[in-house]
Design a protein around this ligand. Structure first.
Ligand SMILES: Cc1cc2nc3c(=O)[nH]c(=O)nc-3n(C[C@H](O)[C@H](O)[C@H](O)COP(=O)(O)OP(=O)(O)OC[C@H]3O[C@@H](n4cnc5c(N)ncnc54)[C@H](O)[C@@H]3O)c2cc1C
Length: 385
């Protein structure tokens, strides 16, 4: 049997059902990493991050004797040429949740149907598998609190899928180990998570989660182990709580599809925000009248990173103070953030502008926020224009 493994946001060996099933059933596997529409829109820092993660995984697979190729084409555009050069009878891939990625899956599946290629698609990007949700997607609670309560009342989390090579220590695991066992920083997460400067103020697991270098279940079970062996408190629970926010936005995206990327969101008929390029550019370049906003935008532009507190403030400022179309801001984040994830990014923006699950817009008083979270102005000085 010859199989193609379409590498997507699942660049890991531990808890990768797609990989373990593919290895079990096939003697010959060709791994293919392809361009995506979203990567075409990425800036230098995000592109480099993804490329580095791919290169690392590629070398791990090559060490095990596999062939890994990369194409500059979208997988859906590449598949027919691939079928000619390397005829295959089965295709393995991990399901994504966002609309554009799903459209590509549909095209690929259509092609496979025509050519009688067996498709093996695995749902493993979330903490709770879709089939273990205590409701079907159609009846997913609209508001996060209701979603969380239902999930927690019937919590079902699949066990980890063993690493078929049982040797790999990937970067996400190193970070998790540091955050839990080496520094015990997780014990103070709830108090420090709004911090703007220190690396261990929050888990910094998002880049590894989003590229699939670590699975949410791996994080969950490691936290459970830490709680059993070292300490269980509100902070250790709160990382799990945030992983539920992650699942919420993923299923929300799966449910509402293209709508979460539209300016009107789930509220058709709302008046569009301004298309004011001058205001938008001042925001992008960190040249607004607000030094706290500018500092956050400077950090983003120079490093590809911004804290959650920063993201909330700059998004609120663009939407509610400058009155600019929120989709421009979300698109700018897509270009710049190296932990960019379509479901989390667009879901959070939509939530803040009040066109998502909660019609209340989230407006932050950015001057007060700076006083609370940067009382000495240290962060503003660090990233001042
Ligand atoms: C406007 C806006 C845009 C955002 N865009 C992205 C994005 O593109 N990619 C991304 O990963 N996160 C995004 N977030 C969510 C959040 O800011 C980041 O997940 C978090 O800052 C990552 O840092 P961390 O890993 O240290 O998180 P921690 O605070 O340590 O949290 C642990 C994990 O929980 C999840 N999580 C935390 N906060 C949220 C949240 N608000 N929504 C959903 N999941 C969450 C993440 O997977 C995170 O890695 C966005 C938030 C806002 C307000």
């Amino acid at each position: 049997m010859r199989a193609i493994y379409w590498l997507r946001t699942d660049l890991r060996t531990l808890d990768n059902e797609t990989l373990s099933e593919c290895l079990k059933k096939n003697q010959e596997i060709l791994f293919v990493f392809a361009e995506t529409q979203s990567l075409k829109r990425a800036g230098k820092i995000r592109k480099e991050f993804v490329q580095d993660c791919f290169a690392l995984f590629k070398s791990e697979l090559e060490e095990k004797g596999f062939t890994v190729i990369k194409t500059e084409l979208l997988f859906s555009d590449f598949i027919s040429a691939l079928f000619v050069s390397h005829p295959f009878d089965s295709l393995y891939f991990t399901q994504d949740y966002a609309w554009e990625e799903r459209q590509e899956e549909i095209m690929v599946q259509k092609y496979c149907l025509e050519k009688e290629i067996a498709v093996h698609c695995f749902d493993q990007g979330t903490l709770i598998s879709q089939r273990d949700l205590p409701f079907d997607l159609e009846h997913m609670p609209f508001v996060f609190t209701d979603f969380r309560k239902k999930i927690e009342s019937q919590l079902k989390i699949k066990p980890l899928v063993a690493d078929p090579f049982s040797s790999v220590q990937n970067k996400g695991l190193v970070r998790l180990n540091h955050y839990l066992w080496k520094t015990h920083a997780i014990q103070n997460y709830k108090e420090t998570r709004n911090g703007l400067i220190k690396f261990d103020d929050s888990s910094k697991l998002s880049p590894w989660l989003n590229i699939g270098n670590i699975s949410p279940r791996t994080i969950y079970y490691e936290i459970k182990k830490y709680e059993a062996e070292v300490c269980e408190n509100e902070s250790t629970y709160w990382v799990f709580f945030e992983l539920l926010w992650r699942d919420y936005f993923k299923f929300f995206s799966l449910k509402f599809g293209r709508k979460i990327f539209l300016a009107s969101g789930l509220s058709p008929g709302v008046s569009p925000n301004q298309k004011n390029l001058e205001k938008f550019h001042s925001w992008c370049e960190g040249k607004t009248p607000d030094p706290f906003i500018n500092a956050n935008m400077n950090e983003l532009n120079l490093t590809g990173w911004m804290s959650n507190r920063g993201r909330q403030n700059v998004a609120s400022y663009l939407i509610h103070d400058l009155g600019v179309d929120w989709t421009w801001g979300a698109g700018y984040f897509e270009e710049k953030l190296f932990d960019y994830d379509p479901d989390l990014n667009w879901g959070n923006w939509l939530y803040l502008c009040g066109r998502g699950s909660d019609p209340r817009a989230r407006k932050f008083n950015t001057v007060k926020q700076a006083e609370t979270y940067d009382p000495q102005g240290e962060y503003r000085r660090l990233w001042e224009s």
